[in-house]
Write a protein of this length. Structure first.
Length: 257
């Protein structure tokens, strides 16, 4: 049975989508089968894998509203051993429509993913940068939450808000939910600020912190515009090597559970 991970942080611009795309691709490079679920209406994870979100017929939106099956929504082999359930702007209207359904709205995605859990080693979900019904669905479906933290001044404040959110979901919808780990992103070793943020977070949180730190990288920023993860766009770049190292850490933690 697969390990389901939600990549989440209520702060925007911290590297959630970058981490979802590149960690998924790097895990697949290790021989694991991965399903990526894009639950962000911006659909950046979708385009980051080279999928044209304008032409999509079946997405997470149709899936949540029971307008297609999960088999119809999955795009197979966008990369070797990587499948994707895509998203586009239609998903922005899902919150209102889901609330009006005559069934519990927070557990829909969990029930859907149960049909394919045995097909994958990992299911990794990119969450929107807010606490809404889409984030709740992802966290209710997940076993753990992986938290990217940008090395900036307000990093610890955003983490505190996210932990509160996770505890709410854990109490009401998903008692087994836990934090997978914290990963530092956009790290610039030339600045005192990046180093101070890392030290500050390590001093104040008890959750697992990954040893791998993702560097600030032009190549990482370029890769999505070519519809490729960094592991194929520039496999020898520092960003690619960092995500490969992170993938090994994540796999090792899975194997320990």
């Amino acid at each position: 049975m697969s390990r389901i991970i939600a990549v989440a942080n209520q702060k925007g611009g911290v590297g959630k989508t970058t981490t979802t795309i590149n960690l998924s691709a790097a895990i697949a490079e290790q021989g694991k089968r991965v399903l990526v679920v894009d639950t962000d209406p911006q659909g950046n994870t979708t385009t980051g894998f080279g999928i044209d979100k304008i032409r999509l017929v079946n997405t997470v939106y149709e899936l949540l509203l029971d307008e297609c099956s999960i088999q119809d929504a999955i795009i197979r082999n966008v990369r070797e051993r990587v499948d994707v359930i895509p998203a586009n702007v239609n998903l922005a209207g899902a919150e209102v429509e889901l609330i009006n359904l005559d069934r519990p709205s927070g557990v829909i995605l969990k029930n859907i993913l149960d049909y394919v859990r045995d097909e994958y080693d990992f299911i990794i979900m990119d969450c929107p940068p807010s606490l809404n019904i889409l984030t709740v669905n992802a966290m209710t479906a997940a076993k753990t939450v992986l938290v990217p933290i940008q090395c900036e001044y307000y990093a610890l404040e955003g983490l505190s808000q996210l932990i509160t959110t996770i505890n709410h979901v854990k109490k009401r919808l998903n008692p087994s939910l836990d934090i997978e780990g914290i990963v530092f992103t956009m790290y610039d070793g030339r600045t005192n600020l990046s180093m101070q943020v890392v030290e500050n977070v390590r001093d104040h949180v008890s959750q697992h912190i990954y040893q791998t730190i993702i560097p600030r990288s032009v190549r990482l920023a370029e890769a999505p515009s070519y519809g490729e993860p960094i592991t194929t766009y520039d496999p020898k770049s520092p960003g690619a090597l960092a995500y490969m190292a992170l993938a090994k850490e994540v796999i090792e933690r899975k194997d320990l559970n």
